[in-house]
Design a protein around this ligand. Structure first.
Ligand SMILES: *[C@@H]1O[C@H](CO)[C@@H](O)[C@H](O)[C@H]1NC(C)=O
Ligand SMILES: *[C@@H]1O[C@H](CO)[C@@H](O)[C@H](O)[C@H]1NC(C)=O
Length: 184
């Protein structure tokens, strides 16, 4: 009996931690009420973005093909795993879901419109939205984080991309993300 109580108590204590942020219109309203007194905080992420364009299970599929050598007009839909390490079987922490397309007539530069969808720990179910320009052949590409959901409501930040490898299989890109958001 006592043991059950202790276990139940622990469950109640641990639940908010493991479930992360509350969702639903009431939870969002409560969150906005706390906003005037909320502190801002900075959170950093480091992960690898696996963009696989060929083989049996591509994570990026073309919507519009292009004959342009710099991919102008090419558009793809992606659902790319985000992993802790460089290897394809590395632990997945989230996914990059969205659309990128060749948007430059003079060099390879993609318009990136996607969400980082986190799937682990306290970030599970929270998202960050990227809207930026990705000149893919440059060493570092900087893209704005324009907002977020869940833990990242009203977030702003910067994602920096650096290609780890690129060939006809696809690419793995190292991302460093830094976001300013509210500690609520
Ligand atoms: C993340 O949340 C989903 C939906 O609420 C749940 O099914 C899943 O088990 C959770 N994953 C982790 C790793 O907590
Ligand atoms: C592309 O590079 C990756 C990582 O080095 C390698 O695993 C893969 O086999 C390569 N694909 C081709 C077609 O060369």
């Amino acid at each position: 009996m006592e043991k059950t109580c202790l276990v139940l108590l622990l469950c109640f204590i641990l639940m908010p931690i493991t479930q992360g942020v509350e969702f639903g219109p009431k939870a969002v309203e409560k969150w906005f009420k706390k906003l005037p007194h909320a502190k801002q905080k900075v959170t950093k992420f480091h992960f690898y973005f696996h963009d696989i364009v060929s083989g049996k299970n591509p994570s990026a599929v073309p919507i519009i093909q292009s004959t342009s050598p710099i991919f102008f007009g090419y558009v793809a839909m992606i659902d790319d795993p985000l992993t802790v390490g460089l290897e394809p079987d590395s632990t997945i922490v989230g996914r990059a879901q969205g659309i990128y397309g060749g948007a430059d007539q003079n060099e390879v530069a993609l318009l990136m419109t996607l969400n980082f969808v986190f799937t682990t720990g306290k970030y599970n179910g929270s998202t960050l939205s990227v809207l930026g320009r990705n000149p893919a052949r440059h060493k570092y590409r900087e893209m704005p984080i324009v907002g977020g959901s869940g833990i990242f409501r009203l977030a702003k930040g910067i994602a920096t991309a650096k290609t780890s490898w690129l060939n006809s299989t696809g690419a793995v890109v190292e991302y460093n993300v830094i976001v300013l958001h509210y500690d609520i």
